[in-house]
Design a protein around this ligand. Sequence first.
Ligand code: NAI
Length: 311
Amino acid sequence: MHIGIVGVGRVGRALAYTLIHENYITELSLVDIIPNLSMVFSEELRHALASLGREISINHYTNPSDMTNADIVLITAGKPRTPDMTRRDLAHVNARIIKGIAESVFPGNKEARFIVVTNPVDAMAMLFKKLTRAEFVISSGTHLDTLRFKVELARTLGVPVRHVETYVAGEHGPNSVFLWSLTRVNGIPLHQFLHEKGISLNTSDVELKVKEIARQIISVLGGTCYGPAAAFRDIVRAIALNTCRILSIASPIKVPDIPEEVMVSVPQKIGRNLGYTLLQYLSDEEKGLIYRAGKAIYETYLSALRHVEQS
Ligand code: NAI
């Protein structure tokens, strides 16, 4: 399995380090436009591989069009936000980068499955699909938000995180939709668990903490990387091993009153191909919020598209 990572910054490097521990990966291609960056980083990875006693062939490129024949490509190139910015503020600057990658990386990797990570991630994934017409393009969506939700809920309820089953949908970031209706703790629906334990849960407080945690991490550490890397590894693993796991990723779905399909996150079966979503099992309120997020994503996408068409 040949994995390509385009953009070897904070997130791309953490992702690459995470992926070298995956035993189905035989080849890793690292692409970054900063001269020597992917070359020296690939040396670091070889040292780590020597410690692990593993053989993965690592290629490094400065020119994105030199990477060819990847099975899965993750796009982690682009500007990250600072604590005072929203992800949507990045739409224009990163749209130009996505356009460049669509033109340079897609032609040599037409059979690849593409996972877009660059923010605002759902709109950027839509843009990449529009510009390339690649068959399999997804946004990493709200799987990372889902992991953050699990952590916060487990902490609040005082249970191990592995006993919490839940999902976040909608748009990655402040427009995310917390799927309380699907939440189970110790295998029991949340409302029943709370009733049996006599716990009253402040759901708004949990949601706020989940939405704010990235900003806190960025303020202190300068950016997020290990949580995202693990989240993207889950997606790569689901595709590469065809695990058909349910993950909150964004793929094109129909949103009422929008003329095109929109990449908005809904828990979805994911393996080598995309399967059913859990949309039909959600409450009307949750569906309404997901569609509202979809409309906001579509507006951001249209603005990004206009921007690259004009420049
Ligand atoms: P960074 O600034 O550390 O790294 C970005 C890298 O992309 C740089 O090394 C830069 O040289 C490279 N780059 C820029 N244009 C390129 C091109 N055309 N081809 C190849 N490489 C190129 O930024 P960081 O922190 O790694 O974040 C990257 C992106 O990921 C940002 O847009 C950030 O907002 C996003 N992100 C998304 C998350 C998600 O859940 N979807 C989570 C965390 C970050």
